[in-house]
Design a binder for this molecule. Structure first.
Ligand SMILES: Cc1ncc(COP(=O)(O)O)c(C=O)c1O
Length: 395
């Protein structure tokens, strides 16, 4: 017996649920890519992406996933043999560093931990030791989607500034842009990147990069530049060059609609919605954890992301829980990946999410915990309901 008729609900951290309006925005004929309408669409999106990143710098749109956007950032500012410092807090900054290494950079990892966020003081200390300024760029993620860590990018930016080190600060916002505050200029970030398929509620396939004036200056001498990624190629007046070829017209229609929806909601409201729904998930997990099997991967509460919660399972198989949720109830949870493979599952709460989606997911997890006889504290979903009742307000 199953109770899974109807639409399957993706509670994975990307690609996320797309609003019907975004899907419908793509259901139309292509544009003439040389038309004024096309130019206006591109200009409006580049303008709005810079607003989302909170920068006066330029934004670029690539037909690429996050891995492509990583390459875009690296190829535009690095030269062969440049040293890059990767700040570990899980899987994804390491992945960015691997790309840098494959492209010819020398990569050093500032050792972190899968169970905690980056420590700004450790960054400052490492940079102070680099008296020759061999390090040319520092790579960090705002949210590590695998560990569930939230890094305090503002504090890391301050630590870099305090060290007096001139390296470019480059930040991955793939799992946070549109969901959590990000202030590229105010926090001292030189290059930021993101992707379409998580908080931005758009199909996978677009990668975004923003670069400030300092990064543009370094770009002039970077020798890893290649034509597709190149900011100079894309920065001219010819529209066709802005995508280094044919524009991904339908994905752009989708992105336009998604950003319009975020704007209509208000970015601050979207951030607050994510914070409240994330806390609802955490309230439930905290209660379940009383059974001594489930727990938070990130030990320090203030370092837990508002977009994804990584839940560890001690001595029980997360795959069985995930299978039950999907096959019996139609809710797809995220798998534990990297160091947490086979030891954790993830509940995503990013992008086009609302209270029924979150409470439904939590309720289904609780059904599965009961059905599979996995020890857990009783009343997790109830705690989430209570939290939302207290915090959403009656006015
Ligand atoms: C934080 C982060 N950065 C980068 C990536 C890579 O993005 P993509 O899978 O679109 O290449 C991901 C993917 O989940 C991610 O979560």
């Amino acid at each position: 017996m199953t109770v899974r008729a109807g639409r399957e609900f993706l509670a994975i951290p990307g690609p996320t649920t797309m609003p019907d309006e975004v899907l419908q925005a793509m259901h139309r004929p292509a544009l003439d890519i040389y038309s004024a309408e096309m130019v206006e669409l591109t200009e409006s999106l580049l303008r709005d992406l810079s607003k989302l990143f909170s920068t006066k710098g330029n934004s670029y749109i690539y037909i690429a996933n996050g891995h492509g956007a990583w390459e875009a950032t690296l190829s535009n500012v690095l030269s062969r043999g440049d040293k890059v410092l990767v700040l570990e807090s899980g899987r994804f900054a390491i992945g960015w560093g691997l790309a840098a290494s494959a492209m010819g950079a020398e990569v050093e990892v500032l050792k972190g931990d899968w169970r905690r966020a980056i420590r700004p003081a450790e960054v400052e200390e490492r940079l102070r030791r680099d008296k020759e300024h061999a390090i040319k760029a520092i790579l960090a993620v705002q949210v590590d989607t695998a560990s569930g860590a939230y890094n305090d990018i503002e504090a890391i930016g301050k630590a870099i500034k305090a060290s007096g080190h001139p390296a470019l600060f480059m930040v991955d916002t793939v799992a946070s842009l549109g969901c959590m505050p990000f202030e590229m200029d105010a926090w001292g970030i030189d290059v930021a990147m993101s992707g379409s398929q998580k908080g931005l509620m758009t199909p996978p396939g677009l990668g975004f990069v923003a670069a400030n004036a300092r990064a543009q200056e370094v770009h002039k001498c970077a020798n890893l530049r290649t034509p597709y990624w190149d900011w100079t190629e894309r920065g001219g007046t010819e529209h066709y060059r802005k995508y280094a070829g044919t524009a991904p017209v339908h994905l752009l229609f989708a992105l336009r609609k998604a950003i319009d929806m975020l704007t209509a909601e208000g970015l601050e409201n979207a951030h607050l919605r994510h914070r409240l729904l994330a806390e609802a998930v955490r309230r439930a997990v905290a209660v379940w954890a009383e059974g001594q099997v489930l727990g938070f991967n990130i030990t320090e509460p203030s370092e837990r992301s508002n977009t994804v919660t990584t839940v560890t399972m001690n001595g029980h198989d997360p795959a069985a829980l995930q299978r039950y949720c999907k096959e019996k109830c139609g809710v797809v949870l995220g798998t534990g990946i990297g160091d947490l493979q086979g030891q954790a599952f993830r509940i995503a709460h990013m992008g086009h999410v609302n209270a029924p989606m979150i409470l439904g997911t939590l309720g289904v997890v609780e059904v599965a915990l009961n059905a599979l006889g996995i020890p857990h504290g009783k009343g997790g979903t109830e705690a989430a309901i209570e939290w939302l009742g207290e915090s959403v307000g009656a006015d």
